[in-house]
Design a protein around this ligand. Structure first.
Ligand code: NAP
Ligand code: ZN
Ligand code: ZN
Length: 348
């Protein structure tokens, strides 16, 4: 066992604090990763605050991990010491169900093992990336392209793949109109990726405060959802609406009416409360209301390579570990530009 520094939530209500945790010994198929950077996803906040259900404490979160391989097990064939690697939201799955066999481990039927707050095969609770090291099976490790700045790459491991996968699945590309609702961590990646795929992108944000940024990220149009005219002017417009909002307190029926015939509103935002969807809003225009969860390992590697090829990197603010609690408050008040990344050298 390896004892390592980490920043953990001691309860649903107390601030996160510096502590130590144990990492398992490096098994035959495992790699030991020295974590350099860890992104802060809104899911980390939902999880530690118990919004998605009760968890065990102390809990270390973080599923946007970038670092170097420092040790490999005897049967590891893909990675070597010194490789630049990433870990996203999953660290294992059953590998046998039809979804795993199709490379869709995120939809593993018995359930994938989450990078944090999951039950590992040995029965222990998985602990995430706000830490100096992690031990992961090589099959759930990604290779980080040199073309992407190392200190900005981590958010691709969740925010990047969570937006790339549905955009890919629902066919974002030339001739398609895509709206991205909410321009935070996921949303800003959704804008960059959809634009790089060739789609015409509109941002639907609460205000016009981030319009210049949105246009710089590749949007063609940027509208405030606080202005009722937005919903009149854009009725029956979009092929895909990617909803990244972390709260259910938005009028989903008003957004659904912005879909053109056969359009899909795909939800990646994960509020704890249900959305009130009206049947008649779906009937009109044969609309679909859908959801999507992260992405498989193979598709995550494809996304990293796509971002390298298209010169796409997350917009990040590098923080020290003692700023994590303040960063959480800024995420909650939509004051994030556009992802906080922890410099794990400060976890001393
Ligand atoms: P984030 O950085 O906080 O971004 C969410 C954005 O939504 C905000 O920046 C804000 O954008 C908008 N927003 C927030 N509250 C709103 C409200 N009440 N009404 C309207 N708009 C609001 O969060 P994130 O890290 O991108 O995560 C977003 C959600 O996705 C979270 O629920 C997270 O758990 C979930 N998630 C799901 C998956 C998956 O696999 N499906 C993966 C990762 C994360 P504007 O300021 O532009 O309005
Ligand atoms: Zn996430
Ligand atoms: Zn499976």
């Amino acid at each position: 066992m390896l004892t390592v520094n980490a920043y953990a939530a001691p309860s649903a209500t107390d601030p996160l604090e510096l502590t130590t945790i144990e990492r398992r010994d490096v098994g035959a198929k495992d790699v030991l990763i020295e974590i350099k950077y860890a992104g802060i996803c809104h899911s980390d906040i939902h999880t530690v605050r118990g919004e998605w259900g009760e968890i065990a404490y102390p809990q270390v979160v973080g599923h946007e991990i970038a670092g170097f391989v420092t040790e490999v097990g005897s049967d590891v064939s893909t990675y070597a010491v010194g490789d630049k690697v990433g870990v996203g939201c999953m660290v294992n799955s059953c590998r046998e169900c039809e979804n795993c066999r199709a490379g869709l481990e995120q939809y593993c039927i018995p359930g994938n093992i989450g990078t944090y707050a999951g039950v590992d095969r040995d029965g222990t609770i998985t602990q995430g990336g706000y830490s100096t090291h992690v031990v992961v099976d090589e099959d759930f490790v990604l290779r980080i392209p040199d073309a992407i700045p190392f200190d900005r790459v981590a958010p691709l491991l969740c925010a990047g793949i969570t937006t790339y996968s549905p955009l890919n699945h629902w066919g974002a590309g030339p001739g398609k109109k895509v709206a991205v609702v909410g321009m935070g961590g996921l949303g800003h990646m959704g804008v960059k990726i959809a634009a790089a795929m060739g789609a015409e992108v509109t941002v639907l944000s609460q205000t016009l405060g981030k319009k210049d940024d949105g246009m710089r990220f590749g949007a063609h149009d940027y509208r405030a959802t606080s202005d009722p005219a937005t919903f009149d002017e854009l009725a029956n417009t979009f092929d895909i609406i990617l909803n990244t909002v972390s709260s259910a307190k938005l009028d989903v029926n008003a957004y659904l009416k912005l879909l053109r015939l056969d359009g899909t509103m795909v939800n990646v935002g994960a509020p704890p409360e249900p959305w009130p969807v009206q049947a008649f809003t779906l009937f009109g225009g044969r609309r679909s209301f859908a959801g999507s969860s992260i992405g498989g390992i193979q598709e995550t590697q494809e996304m990293l390579d796509f971002c390298a090829e298209h010169d796409i990197a997350p917009e990040t603010e590098l923080i020290s570990a003692d700023q994590i609690n303040d960063a959480y408050e800024r995420v909650l008040s939509s004051d994030v530009r556009y992802r906080f990344v922890i410099d794990t050298a400060t976890l001393a």
